[in-house]
Design a protein around this ligand. Structure first.
Ligand SMILES: O=C([C@H](O)CO)[C@H](O)[C@H](O)COP(=O)(O)O
Length: 207
């Protein structure tokens, strides 16, 4: 299972600092949606230039203009971009067309989708390389939140999937046991006082 570090920070400088510390322990460097909104596509170019050996993931959360948004983001250096699963099939197909043109990939983020397993199968049929079983930061803050529903949806989907929703060193083993291809960890790494040690702890919890 690969480990993805979601950098939900607001400046390119901070992202480069976080990436430098975590890179030895992670496979995928994610530029979070707030970072891309704050700094634009130049942040993607900067992270890819600093880490050409890593998969660079741009969490666009595209809802419309799939081909255009994906095209300019791949041109900026992204290897993977996200489109929302609640978007129309034509938006997802457009992003996949851009990915095919660039030799890159589209990940469909299932945040806000009620039947994640069913939608996962549909979007993989449209050409997504994997889906993200995702509970966002706001959902994580709600009473009673747990990763369990995401893990169950991943197991039921029977397509390649990642899990994002507060994954930590304590929960990453359960993510792996559910059959995920990628574990996504954001706040468990970037909020730690020792970013490198936090990334290393999650990496070492993956069997
Ligand atoms: O995608 C995310 C969220 O919508 C804010 O951009 C996070 O990167 C994702 O949830 C992973 O972060 P953690 O949940 O903090 O691990």
């Amino acid at each position: 299972m690969r480990l993805q570090f979601a950098m939900d920070t607001l400046t390119t400088e901070s992202a480069l600092d976080l990436a430098a510390k975590a890179a030895p322990y992670v496979d995928i460097l994610e530029l979070g949606t707030p970072l891309i909104k704050s700094e634009g596509l130049a942040a993607i170019t900067a992270v890819k230039a600093a880490h050409p050996d890593k998969t660079v993931f741009a969490d666009l959360k595209t809802m419309d203009a799939g081909e255009l948004e994906a095209d300019i983001t791949f041109a900026a250096g992204a290897d993977l971009v996200t489109v929302l699963g609640v978007a129309g099939d034509s938006t997802i197909a457009g992003a996949v067309a851009a990915a095919t043109k660039h030799g890159k990939g589209v990940v469909v983020d299932l945040i806000g989708v009620s039947d994640k397993a069913a939608r996962a199968r549909e979007v993989v049929a449209l050409g997504a390389v994997f889906v993200e079983m995702h509970a966002g930061l706001d959902e994580q803050a709600e009473d009673g939140y747990s990763l369990d529903a995401l893990l169950a949806a991943g197991e039921a989907a029977e397509v390649p999937f990642s899990v994002a929703g507060g994954v930590s060193a304590d929960s990453v083993e359960a993510v792996q046991q559910a059959g995920a291809d990628v574990a996504v960890a954001g706040s468990a790494i970037y909020s730690a006082s020792d970013v490198a040690a936090a990334a290393a702890a999650i990496r070492s919890a993956i069997r």
